[in-house]
Design a protein around this ligand. Structure first.
Ligand code: AMP
Ligand code: GLY
Length: 425
C-alpha cells in the first residue's frame, strides 16, 4: 500500500512513523510534509488545503490511502476532492467536518440528538450577546464559531468578564466571523479527557484515550497553546469509561449522522469533561489530536495501516491494530516565545533518534542539506514508553535532556516540567 499523510506537524510525523512500520505499507509520503516525514518518503510540498492539487498528484502517484492530519484539510474539502478522484481516504468530508469547523453546528447537532454537552446560548450579534449576558449567573465560556487554532475560546469567571471578551472580539480581524457568531456556554466542572473513536461510515468504535496539557506554563498557567504535552492511557476515570463514552456519546452521534444523511469516515476526537454525571462534550475534533497522536502511535500494536485502510473502505476491522502498548508520555519542546509568536530556528541537527521505546517527532519544519529549519513554535514532541506512567515520564524527560545536549546551549527552547506529574498509575 502506498500511503499519503496530509499535513506538516508532529502529529503527521508520528502518523507517518507508525504507518512506515506497517507490513502493508510499501511507501509513505507526505504533503507538504516536514523534516521527519522527509526521512521516510517523499514530501510533496503541496499545501495541506489544496485539495485539487493533492488529488491530481495522488492519482498520478497511485496512492492507495490518504490520511488527513489537520482540521484545515477537512474544512477545505481535501477529503471530498480525493474521494471524487477515486482515492481511499481516512478523514471525513467537509460537510461532516462541520462538527469541528462550526461550534454552532456541533452544539445544535448535539442538542438535536441528545448528546450530553454544556448548555449554551447561541448569538449572532454583539447586542444579542449582551442581552444573553444580562441574566447570566456564574462562569461563562465564550466561544467563537469557526476554526481558530485553539484561540477562539475564553473561560471567564462571570458575566462582566464575558462581556469584556465579547466586546473585544466584536469586529476583530483575528476572530472567526468577526466575533458575531458566538456560543456562551456554562462552565463544566470535572476532569478533561480526550477519547478517539474510529468510524467507517456506519459504526463508531472508541479505540484510545489520552490527556493533554493546553496551557503554556507549569501548573496550567499562562496562555492556551496547541498543546504542550500528553500522556496515555489516562487514569482515575471509572472502569469501562470507553464503554460509557460509546453508549452515551458515540451512539447518539452515530444515530444523528444517519438521520441527517452525513457520512463520517475517519477518527472523531471527543474532547470531554468527566463531570459528576459522567462525560459531557466540550468539543468535537474531526481528526487526531496534536500532541495526543504522538503518545498514541508508540502504543499501537498490530498493523496500523490495515486499520486505517479498513476504516476508509467502510469495513472497520478493530482487530487489525490496538492502542494498548505500554503507557506513553510526550513532552513538547517549544520556542520560548510560543504561543505569542514562533521564532524560526535554523540548522538544527536532523538526527533525533533516541533508541528503543523513545521517539522525537518534528513540528512544522524543513530538512535542508542535512539540517533542520523549524518554524512552528512547537519544535519537537519527545516521547517515551514505560511500564507505568511514572517511568514513561522519567524516560521522556531524560530524552528531552539528551536532545537538548545534542542541540547545544543557547537555543531559545522551553518545555513544561510537569507533564503527567499528577497522573496516578
Ligand atoms: P476548545 O478549544 O473548545 O477545546 O476549548 C479549549 C479549552 O477550554 C478546553 O480544553 C477546556 O479546558 C476549556 N473549555 C471549553 N469549554 C468548556 C466548558 N464548557 N467548560 C469548561 N471548560 C471548557
Ligand atoms: N490537543 C488538542 C488538539 O489537537 O486540538
Amino acid at each position: 500500500m502506498k500511503i499519503l499523510v496530509v499535513g506538516n506537524g508532529a502529529r503527521e510525523d508520528a502518523l507517518s512513523w507508525r504507518l512506515a512500520r506497517s507490513a502493508r505499507c510499501s511507501a509513505v509520503c507526505a504533503t507538504p510534509g516536514n523534516a521527519g516525514t522527509a526521512r521516510r518518503g517523499e514530501n510533496w510540498g503541496i499545501s495541506a488545503t489544496d485539495g485539487k492539487a493533492i488529488a491530481a498528484r495522488a492519482v498520478a502517484d497511485r496512492i492507495d490511502l490518504a490520511v488527513l492530519g489537520p482540521e484545515t484539510s477537512v474544512a477545505a474539502g481535501v477529503g471530498d476532492r480525493l474521494r471524487e478522484a477515486g482515492v481511499a481516504v481516512f478523514g471525513p468530508g467537509r460537510s461532516a467536518g462541520r462538527l469541528e469547523s462550526s461550534k454552532i453546528f456541533a452544539k445544535r447537532f448535539m442538542e438535536r440528538h441528545d448528546v450530553p454537552t454544556a448548555r449554551a446560548r447561541i448569538v449572532h450579534s454583539l447586542s444579542g450577546a449582551e442581552r444573553a449576558l444580562e441574566d447570566w449567573r456564574g462562569a461563562c465560556v465564550v466561544k467563537a464559531d469557526g476554526l481558530a487554532g485553539g484561540k477562539g475560546v475564553v473561560v471567564t469567571p462571570d458575566a462582566a468578564s464575558a462581556r469584556a471578551v465579547v466586546r473585544s472580539w466584536f469586529g476583530a480581524s483575528g476572530v472567526p466571523g468577526g466575533g458575531n457568531d458566538l456560543l456562551l456556554e456554562e462552565k463544566l466542572e470535572g476532569r478533561e479527557l480526550s477519547v478517539f473513536a474510529l468510524c467507517d461510515g456506519k459504526r463508531f468504535v472508541p479505540v484510545a484515550a489520552a490527556c493533554d496539557y493546553k496551557r503554556a506554563g507549569d501548573g496550567d498557567t499562562g496562555p492556551n497553546t496547541g498543546g504542550m504535552g500528553a500522556y496515555s492511557p489516562p487514569n482515575a476515570f471509572p472502569d469501562g469509561f470507553l464503554e460509557i463514552v460509546r453508549e452515551r456519546i458515540l451512539e447518539p452521534v452515530a444515530r444523528g449522522l444517519v438521520v441527517e444523511n452525513e457520512r463520517y469516515v475517519g477518527v472523531l476526537y471527543c474532547g470531554l469533561m468527566w463531570t459528576a454525571n459522567g462525560p459531557s462534550v466540550i468539543e468535537f475534533n474531526v481528526r487526531f489530536g496534536d500532541p495526543e497522536t504522538q503518545v498514541l502511535m508508540p502504543r499501537v500494536r498490530g498493523d496500523f495501516a490495515l486499520l486505517l485502510e479498513s476504516v476508509s473502505r467502510g469495513a472497520l476491522d478493530a482487530s487489525a491494530a490496538t492502542f494498548d502498548g505500554d503507557p506513553c508520555v510526550g513532552v513538547v519542546l517549544a520556542t520560548t516565545d510560543y504561543p505569542r509568536s514562533s521564532t524560526p530556528l535554523s540548522g538544527l541537527p536532523a538526527d533525533v533518534e533516541l533508541g528503543e521505546g523513545r521517539a522525537a517527532f518534528w513540528g512544522v519544519s524543513n530538512l535542508r542539506e542535512g539540517r533542520v529549519d523549524a518554524s512552528g513554535g512547537r519544535v519537537l514532541t519527545v516521547t517515551a514508553l514505560g511500564s507505568d506512567i511514572a517511568s514513561a515520564r522519567e524516560g521522556a524527560y531524560a530524552a528531552v535532556t539528551e536532545l537538548a545536549g545534542r542541540f547545544g546551549d543557547g537555543l531559545p527552547l522551553t518545555f513544561r516540567s510537569d507533564i503527567a506529574a499528577g497522573a496516578h498509575n
